[in-house]
Write a protein that binds this ligand. Structure first.
Ligand code: ADP
Ligand code: MG
Ligand code: MG
Length: 198
């Protein structure tokens, strides 16, 4: 893996979230409370504001600090979950990760999110994107393949019935809409793999 430029990754992620904030909000309006775009934008702009501070740290410390910042700024249900994802990734990753270490650390981070959310795959949440992406990493898929798998996994939440989060209050009426957190996760996955490749 090429040397990881964290400042570049943070800028790219914040740009992507800002560009898609209205789309994420619209998805959350259909089956939630319509704040997911705003929540994510607030969090990723807060991370962007301190990009220099984060990128001066060793990668594990940087990821933990980013996770803490996301917990403090995103809010809602997704803040603690995305925060947990980055904090757990920071705990497990090495300072100069190879693909095997990244894959293993990502797997542990997904377990931490599932524990925090008391959730599992198939419940129409961000986990429905995270898990297929981990599987793709394990299978040695390329960066473009992984980005496409993430998009398809977000699409695949459309026919699901939500069993966690606000959308679950709607029961069967949650069917037919994409999960907002699955979409934001797929956007971040594409941005991260494309930035790492580029
Ligand atoms: P809120 O629902 O509190 O307004 P957001 O709108 O920011 O928070 O985030 C909603 C997203 O969080 C959902 O689309 C879903 O992907 C994710 N989510 C909610 N609850 C859980 C959970 N228990 N486990 C995993 N993901 C969850
Ligand atoms: Mg919401
Ligand atoms: Mg909310």
């Amino acid at each position: 893996m090429a040397a990881l430029n964290l400042a570049r990754l943070i800028t790219a992620a914040a740009d992507t979230i800002a560009a898609h904030a209205e789309e994420l909000t619209a998805l959350d309006q259909a089956i939630g409370d319509g704040d997911h775009g705003l929540n994510m934008k607030r969090g990723f702009e807060a991370v962007r504001a301190e990009a220099e501070v984060f990128s001066a740290k060793p990668l594990p410390e940087a990821l933990k600090a980013i996770g803490t910042k996301l917990v403090m700024t995103v809010g809602g249900a997704s803040g603690p979950l995305f925060g947990t994802l980055f904090m757990a990734l920071g705990k497990e990753i090495s300072a100069e990760p190879d693909r095997a270490n990244l894959t293993a650390a990502f797997g542990k981070a997904i377990e931490a999110v599932a524990a925090r959310g008391k959730s599992q795959i198939g419940q129409k949440t961000m986990l429905d994107v995270l898990q297929p992406v981990h599987d793709a990493l394990l299978q040695g898929k390329t960066a473009p393949e992984i980005a496409d798998i993430a998009d398809a996994a977000a699409e695949a939440t459309v026919p699901m019935k939500a069993l966690r989060g606000r959308a679950s209050f709607l029961g069967d009426r949650s069917i037919g809409h994409m999960d907002a957190g699955a979409r934001s996760t797929a956007l971040l996955v594409r941005t991260i793999v494309e930035t790492l490749e580029g």
